[in-house]
Design a protein around this ligand. Structure first.
Ligand SMILES: C[S@@+](CC[C@H](N)C(=O)[O-])C[C@H]1O[C@@H](n2cnc3c(N)ncnc32)[C@H](O)[C@@H]1O
Length: 216
């Protein structure tokens, strides 16, 4: 049996899944407090295509990114490991294809997507596993494709490098990140061009919003 006093990423992941199952409805009701209007506008203006194929990792209830892109005529695939979140996604975004999976383990054929988003979710995975995910995103993107993700930093956790829990909506959630410099070095070594990295305060929380592109 695993000792709960020793940090264990897999154990944290299981807890996280249960927590998202538990507060899916409440999370969705409060989602409007985190206004994505500017983020969506900034990302969509960088995309070379008007419509295409979007993969949304950690899609939750399918709002607001999948909802926006489906409205623009995109084919959207959402991945989430909370069945309760996906139940809500089926209700609100019936046109989104959903995959019940861990975003650290899911895989797709090469060049399947024109855009990949990971909104408020990559920080729930140990930063030591991020490089592997970036390599996959790079492979899944068609040349010229773009990706946007939210990255936790010291502004959110108080530490330069963090692997631990923080309170969110009354629950202790697992968060993980390294420094922005380490992140940028990893992205560049993966092959990505960093198009934009911007701190945004949304709903009282500050995260780094990063847009990267696979050269065309
Ligand atoms: C803060 S919510 C964000 C949901 C949505 N992207 C949004 O913008 O509202 C985080 C989501 O990521 C999902 N998630 C967290 N870790 C995951 C993992 N390893 N694999 C798949 N989904 C994960 C959770 O179940 C939850 O739906």
């Amino acid at each position: 049996m695993k000792n709960p006093l020793i940090y264990d990423g897999d154990m944290m992941q299981n807890d996280l899944r249960k927590i998202y199952d538990r507060f899916a409805e409440t999370y969705e009701k409060n989602r409007g407090s985190f206004d994505m209007t500017e983020v969506i506008a900034d990302f969509s203006k960088r995309l070379p295509y008007k419509t295409g194929r979007l993969l949304d990792l950690g899609c939750g209830a399918g709002e607001p990114f999948p909802a926006y892109f489906i409205g623009q005529g995109w084919q959207v695939t959402g991945v989430d490991f909370s069945q309760k979140m996906l139940d809500l996604a089926h209700r609100y975004q019936p046109d989104m294809k959903t995959i019940f999976a861990d975003m650290g383990e899911v895989d797709f054929p090469d060049a399947q997507f024109d855009a990949v988003t990971a909104i408020y979710c990559l920080f729930h995975i140990e930063y030591q596993k991020h490089e592997e995910i970036f390599l996959k995103i790079y492979r899944w993107l068609a040349p010229g494709g773009h990706s946007l993700f939210t990255y936790a930093t010291q502004e959110y956790t108080g530490a330069e490098v963090f692997n631990g829990t923080k309170e969110f909506m009354g629950e202790q959630l697992f968060y993980s990140h390294t420094t922005p410099d380490n992140l940028f070095a990893t992205l560049k070594s993966t092959g990505f061009t960093i198009e934009s990295a911007q701190y945004r305060q949304i709903g009282g929380e500050t995260f780094l919003w990063v847009t990267i592109a696979k050269p065309g």
